[in-house]
Design a protein around this ligand. Structure first.
Ligand code: AMP
Length: 249
């Protein structure tokens, strides 16, 4: 069974985001980029399924600039077998990503597409759902546990009230939540080995997909600054403030 894992290159989660002075987006110059954290979890899960003998091949794919090669190499170093970069310098939005993935699914015929639940740059949480709709496949989103059978997949989902367990017939789309696993670090020997793994570069055009953005960003602004706090002398003063100023007790 082949598993396709889409991975996005995003601004690293440790970077303090700065909004561009003209309000058109966030500063990306001289900023560290890395693999979207939920996609690391998706890669880890696919590699574990391969190690458990449930999957035969893990193919990672990214839609983005040539620098997304690094992200794909990281996924190969974690244990993926093969990488595909669909190269574009255009801004890519979830619908465009889903269409490119649909074209790749038609070409590669995986039984599972395992995505992150959300990219931490746009926070859209849309791509997996759109892909499932375009393919007409069942979807298990926000997965915290995945068990693969011959023709079906059991997915435990994190929902507001607790956990929900669903069974999906394969082929299916799954999106990884935070508690699915703890991704491994790529070891130096595996980073070296990853350099020799198969790496294909395509373009959206070669897949017959138009990735032109459909949404326009009107303005990006920083959240309002929090007001400075005050120090109180003792517990009595704190209780008094909570009661009379904040009116929360
Ligand atoms: P989003 O819908 O943008 O929050 O993204 C959800 C998931 O879709 C991510 O965690 C990735 O697995 C996948 N994805 C989104 N954008 C890309 C991209 N440009 N290349 C590859 N995968 C992507």
């Amino acid at each position: 069974m082949k598993i396709l894992v889409p991975v996005k290159r995003v601004v690293d989660y440790n970077v303090k985001i700065r909004v561009k002075a003209d309000g058109t987006g966030v500063e990306t110059a001289s900023v560290k980029f890395s693999m979207n954290p939920f996609d690391e979890i998706a890669v880890e899960e696919a590699v574990r399924l391969k190690e458990a003998g449930k999957a035969t091949e893990v193919v990672v794919v990214s839609l983005g600039p040539s620098a997304a090669q690094e992200t794909l190499r990281t996924a190969l170093a974690m244990g993926a077998d093969r990488a595909i970069l669909v190269q574009t310098d255009a801004e890519v939005q979830p619908l465009a990503v889903a269409k490119v993935l649909k074209a790749l699914v038609d070409k590669e015929q995986p039984r599972i597409v395992l995505l992150g639940k959300q990219a931490i740059d746009d926070d859209c949480n849309q791509t997996g759902q759109m892909l499932a709709a375009l393919l007409g496949w069942p979807q298990g989103t926000f997965a915290s546990k995945v068990a693969v059978g011959d023709d079906a997949l059991t997915v435990t989902r994190e929902i507001d009230g607790g956990l929900e367990t669903i069974e999906l017939t394969l082929p299916a789309v799954v999106t990884a939540d935070l508690r699915l696993n703890e991704p491994r670090y790529a070891s130096l020997p595996n980073i070296m080995k990853a350099k020799k793994k198969p790496f294909e570069t395509l373009t959206p055009g070669s897949l017959g997909v138009d990735v032109t953005p459909r949404l326009t960003t009107l303005k990006v602004v920083e959240p309002p600054r929090r007001k400075a706090g005050v120090k109180v002398a003792d517990v009595a003063a704190l209780v008094d403030k909570l009661k009379n100023d904040a009116r929360v007790i």
